[in-house]
Design a protein around this ligand. Structure first.
Ligand code: ADP
Ligand code: MG
Length: 585
């Protein structure tokens, strides 16, 4: 009974005779299980609720969130840290769109993830009949992700998910969208029929080797360099090639400079680390080898401050990345692991032409910069109230003494200053807002990192950044994850004391656009039953953070900074030029 409209073959009350018969939801859960997916992040509701139960039933962990976008950030982080797709489950319409933000962000960042979303019957969506949560999700997702699949029938599910898996991890990794129509989810098929459809895809990530001539050329250029450097991008962190990079760097004495999320691929404090010499590398190197990184806005597009005579070697799995902003002298297109193997083999018996003065100059520059930096932290340590540097004078040594803790980091000043202050020693231990420099990834990424690795996580959050995802602190507590959230609270975007420049007294009553709440975020801990601390001094912060990390439990620490601590972050000068009025003081 209860057929809505026979034209659409939509039956609402078909109950399977389990176990001889199964629903599409069950097929979905079984397929994930058999593909080796052990965790799904999501937020359920019609039409995917039963799918989540089925996942738990077959032994796939379901981590339930408060906001789809954060579940998606968790899946993306899971993908980055494990090289397997993180999986996100969302409901139709708004749930789908909330999740899609994260799937698009994952695609931009080359993290493998699969968003599976319940969807209204596409035949009815296409006829625009005013369906429940009607939205053409398939075509909405298409321009924002790497690949899209639509399951119209339960029998489509095993193939769609296996192909989605392959699409997400192969070549340049990224986000994949699978539209799971309610028809497919609810359809009942014989278990024996389903059984025939499951399969294990062969070589689901098949690494592609570079052309040997390109390797030869790259080695010629590298060995002829007088002032070489290696730029390590987060693609190298993702590819898990730290041993090979270490061999290249140490055997041939090549200085290295990591991008933010590549910090720790090789230790930030290593002898050949040029992390404090970014501008020297840009201005003075003659050959820079980019490993899994992009010459995008974060690297001034390879122009401007860069040595105009620079020869770039770029190793990347994506051919279309080559020559994007500057011509690449020696492109090596292929999987980083195989490419580095080939480069190391080709290097055998060859010597570098490095000017010894180059290494000496970088080493002494590093000393000078580090001393300056240390002085900045020391002089801030005693400030009352604290600023970002005071807080970091405590956070830095504690995190550096706990190198296996994964650091999640977002904010404006909180992002910039924490990245600069805290050295990383292990690969894939720093997750931040990455290529789009977004805010609103914190709780999701912290959860994904903790779930995917079982490791302790510390999220250093600006108060504004925390606001985007704060409600999912409750997911940290519900799942009792070993996550400590530290909020650098200066009460606003940039800081609390923004000026509303209006002269109209009515408009003037509103806070400045940058001004947020200077309140007690630690009280989230009270609401959700987690350890919590409110700290106003470096001594209090030290005790609270050490205790929190040692506890291995959910913790939230509100670090109360001076309301004027922080400035409008000025890393993109042309987008935040000196204003006519100083709005920030
Ligand atoms: P960063 O921001 O650290 O510079 P990006 O995300 O901009 O890093 O760049 C990462 C690059 O790594 C992308 O161009 C991507 O194609 C590449 N990449 C990802 N995985 C691999 C891999 N396995 N082998 C080679 N290149 C890879
Ligand atoms: Mg702030």
């Amino acid at each position: 009974m209860a057929t809505i409209d026979s034209k659409y073959n939509l039956s609402t009350s078909q109950n399977p005779q389990f176990p001889a018969q199964v629903t599409g939801m069950y097929v979905l859960a079984q397929t994930l299980k058999r593909l080796g997916i052990d965790t799904v992040y999501g937020l359920i509701g019609i039409p995917v609720t039963e799918a989540a139960y089925a996942m738990q039933d077959v032994g796939v962990r379901f981590v339930s969130f408060r906001f789809e976008q954060q579940a998606g950030m968790a899946a993306a982080t899971h993908g980055f840290l494990t090289k397997q797709p993180g999986v996100l489950l969302t409901v139709s319409s708004l749930g789908f769109m909330n999740g899609l933000t994260a799937t698009a962000n994952a695609t931009v960042n080359c993290y493998p993830m699969i968003q599976i979303s319940g969807a209204s019957n596409p035949e009815m969506v296409d006829m625009n009949v005013g369906m429940y949560e009607q939205l053409d999700q398939f075509n909405t997702a298409k321009p924002l992700v790497k690949a899209v699949f639509r399951c119209s029938h339960a029998t489509d599910i095993p193939s769609a998910l296996a192909r989605a898996y392959r699409a997400s991890v192969s070549g340049r990794p990224g986000g994949v969208y699978v539209d799971m129509s309610e028809v497919a989810l609810a359809e009942v098929i014989d278990a024996s029929e389903a059984e025939k459809l499951y399969y294990t895809p062969i070589d689901v990530y098949s690494a592609v080797a570079p052309n040997p001539d390109s390797v030869k050329k790259a080695v010629e250029v590298l060995t002829s360099a007088k002032r070489p450097a290696i730029l390590i991008g987060k693609g190298a962190a993702y590819a898990q090639v730290e041993d090979k990079i270490k061999q290249l760097v140490e055997t041939y004495k090549i200085p290295y400079l990591p991008m933010s999320m590549a910090k720790g691929v090789l230790p930030d404090n290593g002898d050949l680390s040029a992390i404090s010499c970014r501008s020297d590398i840009m201005e003075k190197s003659d050959v820079v080898m980019i490993l899994g990184g992009r010459l995008n806005w974060m690297l001034s597009f390879g122009k401007g401050a860069w040595n105009p005579e620079m020869k770039f070697i770029q190793v990347d799995v994506e051919p279309q990345e080559i020559d994007i902003n500057v011509p690449i002298t020696a492109p090596v297109v292929g999987d980083l692991g195989l490419a580095l193997d080939a480069i190391l083999t080709e290097m055998e018996g060859k010597t570098m032409s490095t000017d010894p003065q180059w290494l000496a100059d970088l080493a002494s520059e590093t000393k000078v910069k580090n001393a300056k930096f240390a002085e900045r932290l020391t002089s801030a340590a005693t400030l009352s109230p604290m600023n970002h540097w005071s807080a970091l004078s405590v956070v830095k040594p504690i995190l550096e003494a706990n190198p296996d803790v994964i650091l999640v980091n977002e904010g404006a000043n909180t992002l910039d200053d924490t990245r600069d202050a805290v050295d990383m020693f292990l690969p894939r231990h720093r997750v931040d807002c990455a290529t789009w420099a977004i805010m609103g990834m914190g709780m999701g990424s912290a959860i994904g990192a903790a779930v995917a690795t079982g490791k302790k996580v510390v999220a250093i959050e600006g108060d504004s950044a925390f606001g985007f995802s704060g409600m999912d602190f409750s997911t940290i507590t519900r799942f009792q994850l070993p996550v400590t959230v530290v909020i650098f609270n200066n009460g606003g975007i940039y800081n609390h004391l923004g000026v509303n420049p209006s002269t109209d007294p009515e408009v003037k009553k509103d806070p400045a656009p940058t001004t947020l709440d200077y309140d007690r975020y630690d009280l989230f801990g009270e609401v959700f039953n987690a350890n919590h601390a409110y700290v106003t001094t470096t001594d209090e912060l030290k005790t609270a953070l050490e205790t929190a990390i040692a506890s291995g439990k959910p913790n939230i620490i509100n670090v109360q900074l001076a309301p004027d601590a922080g400035k409008e972050s000025g890393h993109i000068g042309y987008l935040n030029p000196t204003p006519l009025i100083d709005y920030t003081v």
